[in-house]
Design a protein around this ligand. Structure first.
Ligand code: NAG
Ligand code: NAG
Ligand code: NAG
Ligand code: NAG
Ligand code: NAG
Ligand code: NAG
Ligand code: NAG
Ligand code: NAG
Length: 388
């Protein structure tokens, strides 16, 4: 009862506060989104309930937004404030211009059809314990350039997930200090994608609504354990699905699948890009604090590969979190987890280089990635594999 009273007070406060936009996307399209709950049971799931997934699809829309919406639900806002030491009520002042169920690009050009789009479909996987909504800026930025971004939440993992259409709220149930948990989360990152890509989920959703989403050409990227998961999906035994992924990316994630260096590395033989925070000189063979799993994974790749350090960033800079603290004027609250880089600029750089990477799937040249990196002083090449 007390909790609901408090929430009601915050809602009132928020109504009197100025709304602050989390991110204004820079592409030619506006951004719509839909959400769908999928019934899928994960074996040996360390979370509860373990029998559903939540898909969020961010997509380009021609419709101009006429209002703003809260960035996150009130419970997630409160939990984020508590977890990250942000002032009470501040998170609920953050807004977006995302449009729920806005019209798609279907029929606006002949190539936007039921199940077709010239842009690859991008699957996004979050870091351990973060909801996908915590990466709204990068995902909506990509959607504003034409990409459909499908992100997968595993309800029960993040501190709170609000199901759509007035559904229930699901509290987090993951014991992050249990030693077996990270590997279990990695395993279901991979198995969740393989499930979503199969009937009766994403393919059936696209058919039912006639969504103009590319069903043959996919890219995948993720943050932290989600970045490890992106490589895991591309390497999966289910070659029919794995081969739909033409490129992948890992934002600052340890390849947990290769912590044991007796595990043979799968050569993905497709373009793969890694973005590293400054914490570790990942991949630089000489540095004692570099992440050995990057070196191990990278040495096993024969395709085009780039590892860039994004100077001035730490692990959480690859999420919306630096935008929260900057937009809310609460810099310094997260100390060591955020770097000194400007959050708006980092978000723009990360989304831009990902766009150059995904452009490869549309037939553009991968040297656009290098040309972009050469222009941006914060992007520093750690290691590379130049074969195309
Ligand atoms: C998913 O499971 C819920 C609860 O068991 C059920 O009410 C719902 O109809 C199921 N949805 C589908 C599409 O099977
Ligand atoms: C805003 O746009 C939506 C969707 O087109 C429409 O239903 C609604 O009436 C509009 N509201 C205003 C105030 O124009
Ligand atoms: C997916 O995108 C690729 C690259 O632009 C294109 O060649 C292909 O026809 C598209 N597929 C569908 C089903 O739209
Ligand atoms: C979480 O895991 C740790 C390590 O295994 C254990 O000591 C602790 O009791 C667990 N907590 C709960 C609430 O299960
Ligand atoms: C989309 O195309 C599929 C065939 O590929 C068809 O079964 C389905 O009815 C179409 N959906 C819509 C909404 O037109
Ligand atoms: C591939 O299959 C083997 C044997 O079933 C299994 O041990 C391995 O974990 C699988 N790899 C992936 C990436 O699913
Ligand atoms: C690493 O993998 C090898 C081969 O599968 C196995 O024998 C060994 O026990 C593993 N080591 C650890 C620390 O898990
Ligand atoms: C980025 O970091 C690398 C490695 O520490 C350094 O060589 C380079 O000068 C840095 N670039 C900028 C713009 O700070």
């Amino acid at each position: 009862m007390k909790r609901f009273l408090l929430l009601a007070i915050w809602t009132i406060l928020a109504d009197f506060s100025e709304a602050i936009s989390l991110w204004d996307s820079t592409g030619p399209y506006h951004v719509g989104y839909i959400q769908q709950v999928l019934n899928h049971t994960t074996p040996n799931d360390p979370t509860t309930p373990g029998d559903i997934l939540l898909l969020t699809i961010y997509y380009p829309t021609p419709q101009i937004p006429n209002t703003t919406v809260p960035y996150v639900d009130p419970i997630t806002a409160k939990l984020a404030e508590e977890t990250f030491g942000l002032s009470k009520g501040s998170m609920s002042t953050l807004t977006t211009r995302l449009q729920f169920e806005a019209p798609t690009l279907l029929g606006t050009r002949p190539e936007f059809g039921n199940g077709t789009s010239p842009y690859p479909t991008i699957i996004f996987l979050p870091g351990l314990g973060l909801p996908c909504v915590g990466y709204t800026a990068i995902q909506s930025e990509l959607a504003s350039y034409g990409y459909n971004v499908v992100s997968i939440d595993h309800p029960g993992e993040a501190p709170f997930i609000q199901l759509p259409y007035g559904g229930r709220g699901i509290p987090g149930s993951l014991n992050e200090s249990a030693p077996e948990v990270p590997r279990a989360v990695y395993d279901y990152r991979v198995s969740d994608v393989l499930a979503v890509m199969s009937e009766p989920f994403l393919p059936s959703l696209i058919r039912t609504y006639g969504i103009p989403i590319n069903t043959t050409h996919f890219g995948i990227f993720g943050h932290s354990i989600g970045g490890a998961g992106a490589a895991g999906v591309m390497a999966a035994n289910d070659t029919k699905i794995a081969s739909l992924f033409k490129v992948g990316g890992n934002m600052d994630g340890t390849f947990i699948q290769y912590l044991n260096d007796s595990t043979p590395v799968t050569d993905l033989d497709r373009p793969f890009m890694e973005l590293a925070g400054e914490q570790h000189f990942y991949g630089s063979e000489s540095s004692s604090d570099s992440d050995p799993t990057w070196k191990y994974f990278n040495n096993g790749q024969s395709g085009w590969r780039r590892s860039f350090q994004v100077n001035g960033t730490m692990h959480l800079d690859f999420s919306d979190i630096p935008l929260w603290v900057e937009r809310l004027g609460q810099e310094g609250t997260l100390g060591a987890q955020l770097g000194k880089a400007d959050g708006v600029r980092t978000t723009y750089i990360v989304a831009s280089i990902l766009r150059k990477l995904f452009g490869f799937v549309e037939g553009r040249r991968l040297d656009r990635v290098d040309r972009y990196a050469e222009k941006v002083p914060e992007l520093f090449v750690l290691s590379e594999n130049r074969r195309i």
